[in-house]
Design a binder for this molecule. Structure first.
Ligand code: AMP
Length: 173
């Protein structure tokens, strides 16, 4: 008897990089995400250039958000995204510091998850313009469980965002 197919969900992942060829690395990361078991990339935002958040003495970031249809459960997905970060050359640095690649699980369907390894929706989602803007580009009606619509979150945040992330173009993956 064959194992039943895992139930797919749509997850939204935030990608960021500010070391090396960030645009190319984000493209490679998206390509790998599309190759994960039971997974395919449904949509990918443009790339955005953003000023660093939290720790300012580092280069600007390139950011993007992808929608991933996946049958991986959230913790398996985290295992894969962490392995992907390592394979693309990420090494531990200071908290919120510079990195070759960062992959965050922003949303996993409408699930609310709070375990030692994983918080979904991602903890800082509502406070980060470099996440909300690309997310809204590919999911204008996104609902953040426990927080409301992504659009409303951005309306509240935009007045506190002196440097709005700038769209810099499409990502090749
Ligand atoms: P970062 O430095 O942003 O890559 O954070 C990595 C740490 O955040 C890991 O220890 C993860 O287990 C934890 N983490 C908690 N929630 C999430 C999430 N939604 N997506 C990715 N990592 C998460």
């Amino acid at each position: 008897m064959s194992a039943s197919a895992p139930t797919p969900h749509t997850a939204y992942l935030g990608l960021g990089s500010n070391l090396g060829d960030s645009l190319a690395t984000i493209g490679q990361a998206i390509h790998h995400l599309d190759q994960l078991p039971h997974s395919r990339v449904l949509a990918c935002s443009n790339a955005y250039r953003s000023v660093p958040w939290g720790v300012s003495d580092q280069p600007d970031f390139v950011n993007a958000v992808v929608a991933l249809r996946t049958g991986l459960d959230p913790l398996r997905l985290l295992d894969h995204t962490q392995a992907l970060e390592k394979s693309l050359g990420r090494v531990p640095t200071r908290h919120w510091g510079e990195r070759v690649i960062d992959v965050d699980i922003l949303l996993y369907g409408q699930h609310l998850i709070g375990t030692p390894e994983l918080t979904i929706p991602h903890l800082w989602l509502g406070q980060r313009a470099f996440v909300l803007l690309p997310l809204l580009e590919i999911a204008p009606d996104a609902h953040i469980p426990g927080h409301g619509s992504a659009r409303d979150l951005w309306q509240k945040l935009r007045h506190k965002t002196p440097h709005k992330p700038q769209k810099i173009g499409k990502i090749m993956w």
